[in-house]
Design a protein around this ligand. Structure first.
Ligand code: SAH
Ligand code: SF4
Length: 411
């Protein structure tokens, strides 16, 4: 848990024990701290997450071993944590009073000492293609969006990892918001809990793509924590082969990811074939050269037959020529890669246009002729602005500190 929680003096006396008992989870904490410190060197402000926003522990931000430690320290048997996880994640029940197989004393303690900050659905919109966009309100009244795609190829949740994004890609509306704040693990995993329940998916297997608002590797600790919570066998038990993490390619964080025991599928947002062009489209590219990203990808531990997806947003007349396609094929040579072409989802405020279908097809053909596996992303939910890069929640002006943090991140 965050050190700030351990220092919190405002806790009710009955609850202090929980936080100090988290010392028992120090091994996990130490690992997370090493990651945090490394990422922090290049990402000022990273992992200053909001775990400490409340004086109480956020129950749904805890991994099961942490909850076990907390409960054991209170004199409860370890297996109670498994029961709590089953209530929270399988049965979708967050009110301790309703967790009927727990002793009443534990139910009371859970209610008194923990917060459950489930994102609340403010509105949901359904596209003509069946895609649904959910506007969710967080405990501090910030808003995020999550998207359900019914057949991509199976049911898929596209979830957010930050409110806004500091990277500021010039073609992405989320990027135009700047970074408002990181999401907690509970808020990231909470989107899955909420959507699954709202859609009454029951036991139907589903996929998760971290392709909503935000850059997941900028919020490394909370994102990985959320994945461990979602993968827990006593919770939703989501296999990592059903999860795809899409990133702009923050090299130190990618290197950390390569060492994680829990490994989602990896998608790298490339968008350009030269550093110069990438820097014009993706401000963070000034920090990380294309070749460094590709070198890290070459070393990335992949399972048998697994490949890294390279996403490439096609912008009319900018990066969509046959020469761009040929260079892309060359740069990816020797990599276990597949390319996902994303014709731009245009919107007011985005200074680019979507290429014609023939241009997209020509680009795909050139890659395929050179032996690159290529797919073209079908745009989903465009009529409700749920497509890639169209997620934005208006009316959240940045504070001067947030604006500064965003500037610090990209320069
Ligand atoms: N920050 C991460 C994940 C969220 S964005 C990343 O950039 O990878 C998910 C995908 O949407 C990325 O590949 C991104 O390039 C793409 N995208 C952003 N804006 C877009 C737009 N206007 N049209 C099409 N795709 C867009
Ligand atoms: Fe951030 Fe991804 Fe949008 Fe770029 S495309 S601004 S990294 S969310």
């Amino acid at each position: 848990m965050g050190r700030k929680l351990l220092q919190n003096k405002e806790l009710p006396a009955t609850c202090r024990h929980y936080t100090t008992s988290m010392d028992a989870g120090q091994a996990a904490q130490r690992r997370a701290t090493i990651v945090t410190d490394t990422v922090r060197q290049v990402l000022p402000g990273a992992s200053d997450t909001v775990l400490s926003q409340s004086p109480r522990l956020e129950l749904t931000s805890l991994e099961r071993p942490e909850l076990e430690h907390a409960l054991v320290a209170r004199g409860h048997p370890r297996f109670r944590a498994q029961q709590v996880f089953q209530w929270l994640y399988r049965r979708g029940m967050t009110d301790p009073a309703a967790m009927l197989d727990l002793p009443s004393e534990l139910r009371r303690e859970l209610a008194d000492c923990f917060d459950v900050r489930t994102p609340q659905i403010v509105s949901r919109e359904r596209s003509t293609d069946g895609t649904e966009k959910f506007l969710l309100r967080l405990a501090d009244d910030r808003r995020i969006e999550s998207v359900f795609i019914p057949d991509s190829p199976g049911p898929t949740f596209c979830i957010s990892t930050q409110v806004g994004c500091a990277v500021g890609c010039t073609f992405c509306l989320t990027g135009r918001m700047g970074l408002v704040r990181h999401l907690t693990a509970g808020e990231i995993a909470g989107q899955v809990r909420v959507l699954r329940q709202a859609l009454a998916l029951g036991t139907v297997p589903f996929n998760i793509v971290l392709m909503g608002m935000g850059e997941p590797l900028h919020n490394y600790d909370e994102t990985m924590r959320a994945l461990r919570i979602l993968a827990d066998p006593h919770g939703l038990a989501i296999p990592m082969r059903r999860v795809t993490l899409s990133t702009i390619g923050l090299v130190p964080a990618l290197e950390q990811l390569a060492r994680e025991p829990l490994m989602p599928n990896l998608a790298i947002s490339l968008h350009a074939v030269t550093d110069e062009q990438r820097a014009a489209l993706v401000p963070i590219a000034r920090k990380y050269a294309l070749e460094d990203i590709l070198k890290t990808c070459r070393r990335f531990p992949l399972k048998k037959r697994a490949r890294i997806t390279f996403e490439y947003v096609l912008l009319a007349g900018v990066n969509d020529s046959p020469a761009h396609a040929r260079t892309l094929a060359k740069r990816l040579a020797g990599l276990k890669a597949k390319v996902n072409l994303i014709p731009l989802n245009a919107a007011a405020g985005i200074p680019f246009e979507r290429p014609e279908d023939e241009v997209v097809n020509r680009f795909a053909r050139i890659l395929a002729e050179r032996g690159v596996t290529v797919s073209v992303r079908k745009s989903r939910g465009r009529d409700i602005r749920a497509a890639c890069g169209q997620l934005i929640v208006e009316g959240t002006p940045l504070s001067p500190a947030q604006r500064l943090a965003t500037v610090a991140f990209v320069t």
